[in-house]
Write a protein that binds this ligand. Structure first.
Ligand code: FMN
Ligand code: SF4
Length: 446
């Protein structure tokens, strides 16, 4: 399946229904960096890419690679796939392997509330290709896979094709294959992506070794989110000082965010890390006074009360204070008159159904939690103590972090909507809006 081509129906479908992205320069320092500036036409071609970003500097000598290692370690890029893991640490873990490693660019984007990887691949696919090439040069890989959701497969394939025929120059030793991603929330987990591209089911790996030791074809494997790789491409061109010219000291750079739910202007935007959350709401045309809460980071992350947003910025450090995280840049706004427990029950039930079915606590525990959460969402007779106990019991009990993510989300819902929990236990609900808000399929978010 690794070299599988897009079905012809998808080719005919043309450009997917992804909302055009805007870009805002809150925080200064040259944002947007990845996306096209708002109001300018989007041109994903190689020619337009070179006109905007210039060519990549050579990385074909030991001295050039040493320089890039140095820039990268000073840049401090954190992964944009959700966990915010330092990129340099993963690259270092892969680099010393005896066999030539493999690079996997993860554009699976299994989160229904996220569109940022699709928009990036539609607008700037060559930045992702450059990032793959730079990562491959650093770790000594000769093979790479660009795994993308089907909606943007033609765009990714076109970009890689444009780079073929010698035009990749110094990267010609690298073979990049484009593969359609599997669908499903768990399919984007790194080991599930590797299994899928190798022809297996998109299921997370149950046992060691780690991918950085033995992944694709038993070679050391570097899996990075496509946005992380696009930032690497810019660090390779402009260096660490430029990269650190926006964002915060601890978390430099810009990040892509997907705004969904109660926004007047939903879509994908690029913002400086450290942008006040009220500024992010403003970009999407949401008034915090009209909101009950905002889900930040994604369905493995946490709700934040609307009243807390004023003092917070979009950074891990700031959001940690309220037990939240920017995750993969998801910002989903819940209107004030929509019950947060009803919304959360929808998501928990969805997530329980997305279990990859391999680990008992995940399969049975998440189903039980979803059932009890659904009962809580219907004012009346839920057993809150039992729900809390079950949530604690699944934490850390899976081969992958899916149950931990569900536990985090469910706990945050019980905390942020605590007053509503009390109301439901008394048989009442303050929600007056029946319309579902959080998308459970990518198309619902648009
Ligand atoms: C259940 C689950 C789903 C995930 N889905 C995605 C995904 O769709 N895209 C992604 O880049 N990372 C996803 N991840 C994270 C990957 O496992 C991996 O950490 C990431 O691709 C590494 O990229 P980064 O370090 O550049 O962020 C998921 C993780 C889990 C536990
Ligand atoms: S924890 Fe759940 S999603 Fe992860 S591997 Fe086990 S069954 Fe699959």
């Amino acid at each position: 399946m690794s070299t599988a081509r897009v079905p012809s129906t998808l080719w005919r479908a043309g450009v997917p229904r992804v909302r055009p992205a805007g870009a805002w320069a809150l925080g200064g320092g040259g944002v947007p960096r990845l996306l096209s500036p708002a109001g300018t036409p989007v041109d994903p071609s190689w020619r337009a890419h070179l006109a905007r970003h210039g060519p990549m500097p050579p990385i074909d000598s030991a001295a050039a690679r040493a320089r890039l290692w140095d820039e990268l370690s000073r840049a401090g890029i954190l992964g944009r796939g959700g966990a915010g893991f330092p990129m340099i640490r993963k690259l270092r873990a892969v680099a010393p392997g005896g066999r030539s490693p493999v690079v996997v660019a993860n554009g699976t984007e299994g989160e229904p509330a996220s569109d940022k990887d699709k928009v990036l691949l539609l607008q700037a696919p060559h930045l992702v290709v450059d990032g793959i090439a730079a990562a491959a040069a650093l770790v000594g890989a000769r093979r790479a896979f660009l795994v993308v959701s089907e909606e943007v497969l033609p765009a990714a394939e076109a970009a890689v094709r444009e780079r073929a025929g010698g035009r990749t120059g110094r990267y010609e030793a690298l073979r990049i294959e484009v593969a359609p991603a599997a669908r499903g929330f768990v399919a984007g987990e790194a080991s599930a992506v590797v299994n899928w591209v190798q022809g297996g089911a998109p299921l997370p790996r149950m046992t060691p070794p780690r991918l950085v030791e033995r992944g694709m074809g038993n070679r050391p494997t570097l899996v990075q989110n496509v946005e992380t790789l696009a930032h690497l491409a810019l660090v390779a061109r402009h260096g660490a000082d430029w990269y650190r010219g926006t964002g915060t000291i601890e978390e430099p750079g810009s990040m892509l965010v997907t705004l969904s739910g109660a926004f007047a202007r939903r879509g994908v935007y690029e913002v400086a890390i450290g942008t006040p959350l009220l500024g992010v709401l403003d970009i999407g045309g949401a008034d915090p006074d009209d909101l009950g809460a905002v889900l930040l980071g994604g369905y493995s992350a946490s709700w934040v009360r609307a009243g807390d947003l004023r003092s917070l910025v979009l950074s891990r450090e700031s959001l940690r204070r309220v037990g939240a995280s920017p995750g993969a840049g998801i910002v989903a706004a819940l209107p004030r008159n929509r019950c947060g427990l009803v919304e959360s029950a929808r998501v928990v039930t969805y997530l329980a159904g997305e279990s990859a079915g391999q680990c008992g606590p995940c399969v049975f525990g998440l189903a039980a939690i979803a059932g009890e959460f659904e009962r809580l969402a219907r004012p009346g007779d839920a057993d809150l103590a039992r729900l809390r106990r079950w949530i604690d019991q699944v934490d850390g009990r899976g081969a992958c972090a899916h149950p931990d993510g569900v536990a985090r989300f469910a706990r945050s819902a019980l905390g942020v909507f605590a007053a509503e929990v009390d109301r439901h236990l008394e048989g009442e609900c303050s929600g007056t809006d029946d319309e579902a808000v959080l998308p459970l399929t990518p198309a619902e978010g648009r």
